[in-house]
Design a protein around this ligand. Structure first.
Ligand SMILES: Cc1cc2nc3c(=O)[nH]c(=O)nc-3n(C[C@H](O)[C@H](O)[C@H](O)COP(=O)(O)OP(=O)(O)OC[C@H]3O[C@@H](n4cnc5c(N)ncnc54)[C@H](O)[C@@H]3O)c2cc1C
Length: 351
């Protein structure tokens, strides 16, 4: 197996990194949760929802060898996943861009054209080309994959990292028209994000990311804003102006899509990494079975797990809620995640 990435080994990406139960279960099953813990990723034992002044705190029940949840920096989890893939026999090439598909006489995808940092191009034959190339997937565009379900709403978000916060667990804050969160991660740092509906994002950022972040935080989570003010910001701000969610046709002759390339939902419910891990395992089963039915089954299994979550996320991202309504939406999300965790625990090992 050959894997190419135009980024470099261990590079960061514009994403916060809260993992949900199903993703942690998979990392444990694959034997790589220990490497994430060894990188100093703190265990998350509770998740607290702040609805205005009301706080609903949920304890994360430990299960078998899993003490809680984790939110590793992408520089940590992406590296650990790459190392595991290499140890399992994959060849990894970084700073290598996928630029085009190669097709056989029958039109089936039969390989890729790649390009290195010096603009040198070459061709590699492949039985299966998997596009794991994110929301703006080039593979999806070149195979002509159609969207068959789209969301209606999107949020913009700005985030950075602070040290010296004495906050335990995940904290998610909601007030009408605004949202925020605190996610403990590696190196004693806490990621603090501030979200608004997409149509408010440009205006929020007009006076710069710092002003926008402080303004939303003060409006949404004054306690968290005060804690952040007393702590030290250690990284620059990063922003994401929003993208409406979608499901794309994710299998075809000689190709497949996983992760955001095939299915994307608003990051406000912090579930995209878990989704990408689930996709990867479902697709691995299809590849092992290597039948048309198994590939079709990959997409339908993904959708069965994802559609409920997608719709609730879209409703949360609408910001068209009052506090009792968003609380209800979170109960629905929690039900979706319980179902998902049970299914993911029961995934059979690919042959
Ligand atoms: C602001 C923000 C916050 C988020 N917070 C969370 C969170 O807290 N928890 C969570 O679970 N999810 C979160 N998400 C979602 C999460 O980031 C994505 O769902 C996840 O990264 C999807 O993984 P992926 O591998 O499919 O795509 P990506 O992580 O986007 O990776 C795509 C890879 O493809 C490579 N690539 C792209 N094009 C090419 C090409 N032509 N040639 C070679 N390589 C290419 C890129 O270099 C990249 O490495 C957040 C997203 C955003 C935007």
């Amino acid at each position: 197996m050959l894997t190419v990435d135009r980024g470099h080994y261990g590079s960061d990406t514009v994403s916060t990194h809260a993992l949900m139960r199903a993703g942690v279960v998979q990392l444990s099953r694959w034997g790589i949760l220990d490497a994430i813990k060894a990188a100093g990723t703190p265990v998350v034992r509770s998740t607290s929802f702040h609805y205005g002044d009301e706080v609903v705190a949920v304890q994360i029940k430990p299960q078998a060898d899993i003490e809680g949840l984790y939110a590793p920096r992408r520089t940590v989890i992406d590296r650990v996943l790459v190392d595991a893939a290499q140890a399992a026999g994959a060849t990894m090439m970084f700073e290598t861009q996928f630029v085009d598909l190669v097709r056989g006489d029958n039109g089936r995808v039969a390989g890729v054209r790649l390009k290195d940092g010096r603009d040198r191009e070459w061709q590699v034959a492949a039985d299966l080309v998997i596009g794991a190339d994110g929301v703006h997937s080039t593979v999806a565009r070149l195979v002509g994959s159609e969207c068959y379900r789209t969301g209606r709403h999107a949020t913009g978000v700005v985030f950075s990292y602070w040290t010296g916060l004495e906050l335990d667990g995940y904290h998610w804050y909601y007030n009408p028209g605004v949202s925020a969160g605190a996610i403990p991660t590696n190196d004693g740092q806490t990621c603090i994000f501030a979200s608004v509906p997409q149509h408010r994002f440009q205006e929020t950022m007009r006076q710069g990311a710092e002003t926008g972040h402080r303004r939303v935080l003060a409006e949404c989570a004054p306690d968290l804003a005060a804690v952040a003010d007393e702590s030290t910001r250690v990284e620059k701000y990063r922003g994401f102006s929003g993208e409406v969610g979608f499901f794309r046709q994710s299998v075809g002759p000689g190709w497949a899509l996983v992760g955001d390339a095939g299915y994307f939902k608003d990051p406000l419910t912090a579930h995209g990494i878990t989704d990408a891990l689930i996709d990867a395992e479902l697709l691995a089963h299809a590849v092992a079975a290597d039948t048309e039915a198994a590939f079709a089954g990959y997409q339908s299994a993904r959708d069965r797990l994802a559609v409920g979550h997608f719709e609730v996320t879209d409703a949360v991202a609408s910001f068209e809620w009052d506090l009792p309504t968003v609380q209800q939406l979170h109960r629905a999300l929690s039900d979706e995640m319980k179902k998902e965790s049970i299914e993911v625990k029961n995934f059979a090992t690919p042959a």
